[in-house]
Design a protein around this ligand. Structure first.
Ligand SMILES: [Zn+2]
Length: 460
């Protein structure tokens, strides 16, 4: 395949690739039958990699309504939110409480929404409530005798399922595939060709499922999985909770076991105490430049030298300032606010800092995350840590880092590199002026066109 008229850091070039980039030059002649894609002078860069996200949770949230949201006060509020949710496939609600609209049997739920299959989970997690479209979709009446399926006096299913999570998940397997495909497409539309799934619950079985979705073409991105002790390859994710820190000897034994089989570490640290604890554990094991601190939400000045000497990278989420900034301002102390999601000063201290999304908890769109790293504004426009902003260009570099080693040389558009390519709708010049509005023209993942802004070309 050939991409022509691409702006490679100010130079217009053509790029020939299969699974790798084979040639970069101007005036390349298309071979017989070779597909040609016109970049129209748009900036070309390596496909982006989001270094911290939770893929399956993001896929699930995309088609979910949080019924516990404070804006949903009554049946009308719930109806409005369900009706307005985009799409026409399965819709899932979570966190439902009877105080909103009472007991939800299929009839009541049909009254709120009946044009698409809907299932709502009670906030206890024990009950699912289905509308009639959902009941029909999974042929629930045929399973009326299954324990946990509620029926009325006439033996007709009511739409309520008690403690049937696994059973329901099995019936909805195709639903999961739809969710994965949709999220993979969304990532492609942002220019993302890879992600690191940082869920501590990932195991070898999860890795096998991801590999399977990848080989079936459902999931188009490359993945690096971190996980717990039941994952053989990939970083060990260590969740620290300052109210329940593990005994240090136990943690050390765990780290040493992981290190012995070549694994690096990623510590989840959102408080000062958690960060100190992680750094003291790291001091006691052999160092590895691949080790990381996830979030480092609060970094006080006195911790900075320790952080630098540990040689870790900090994986931060500036998007939280936008998404949760108003809540931080209300709930955190002034001292914490002043040291929240710092970036510029940590980088100036000689520590490698990488931005990421932490989707679904932070905004997924990398261009929005990059913008947040420069502006540091809350959704109401207040600035948190004005001196901690960085240039958009620097934030973009995060997405070009190697997933396995955040300190290794950047991925680049060079002959021989993987054909993971992102072409933007504007040239390099002026790219960073309004970075949040950046639009992708096309994305190539592992040599295949996985996104094109022109739906006609995408379908070819
Ligand atoms: Zn996370």
């Amino acid at each position: 395949m050939l991409i022509v008229n691409a702006d490679l850091e100010g130079r217009i070039v053509d790029i020939r690739f299969d699974q790798h980039i084979d040639e970069i030059a101007s005036g390349l002649i298309p071979g017989t039958g070779e597909r040609v894609l016109d970049a129209k002078g748009g900036a070309v860069l390596p496909g982006l990699h989001d270094h911290h996200m939770h893929f399956l949770a993001t896929a699930a949230w995309a088609n979910s309504v949080d019924c516990g949201d404070t804006q949903i006060a009554d049946a009308q509020g719930l109806q409005r939110v369900l009706q307005q949710h985009p799409g026409d496939g399965w819709l899932r609600g979570v966190n439902y409480d009877e105080s909103i609209a009472g007991e939800l049997l299929r009839g009541q739920l049909d009254g709120l929404i009946d044009q698409r299959p809907v299932r709502i989970q009670h906030r206890s997690g024990k009950v699912w409530m289905l509308n009639s479209a959902a009941v029909e979709r999974i042929e629930l009446q045929a399973h009326a005798s299954q324990p946990g399926v509620e029926v009325d006096a006439k033996g007709v299913v009511t739409g309520r399922l008690f403690r049937l999570d696994d059973w329901l998940r099995e019936r909805l397997a195709s639903d999961l595939v739809t969710d994965i495909k949709a999220l993979s497409d969304e990532l492609s539309s942002y220019g993302i060709t890879g992600f690191t799934d940082t869920s501590a619950t990932n195991t070898d079985a999860t890795a096998a499922r991801f590999a399977d979705w990848h080989s079936q073409g459902i999931l188009r991105q490359r993945q690096l999985l971190m996980g717990g002790d039941e994952l053989c390859n990939g970083p060990l994710k260590v969740i620290l909770d300052e109210d329940a820190l593990p005994p240090l000897p136990d943690l050390m034994a765990r780290l040493e076991r992981a290190r012995a089989v070549g694994r690096s570490f990623a510590f989840h640290c959102v408080t000062h105490v958690e960060l100190l604890f992680a750094l003291s554990a790291l001091q006691a094991v052999e160092s590895d430049p691949r080790d990381r601190i996830e979030h480092a939400s609060v970094v006080f000045d006195e911790v900075m030298p320790l952080l630098r000497d540990s040689g870790v990278s900090v994986v931060t989420q500036p998007g939280f300032l936008w998404q949760r900034g108003e809540r931080y301002l209300k709930t955190l102390s002034g001292h914490e606010i002043d040291h929240l999601y710092r970036h510029a000063s940590i980088a100036a201290a000689g520590i490698n800092v990488v931005v990421s999304s932490d989707a679904p908890y932070g905004p997924l769109n990398p261009w929005q995350v990059i913008h947040a790293a420069t502006e540091r504004r809350t959704s109401e426009g207040k600035i948190i840590g004005a001196d901690e902003g960085i240039a958009a260009e620097t934030a973009l570099v995060s997405y070009l880092r190697q997933p396995h080693s955040l300190t290794a040389p950047l991925r680049s558009i060079t002959v021989g590199s993987d054909a993971d390519i992102c072409v933007l709708q504007k040239p390099w010049r002026g790219l960073f002026d309004r970075v949040a509005d950046t639009r992708v023209l096309m994305t190539v993942g592992n040599g295949a066109l996985i996104y094109h802004a022109d739906a006609e070309i995408r379908r070819q």
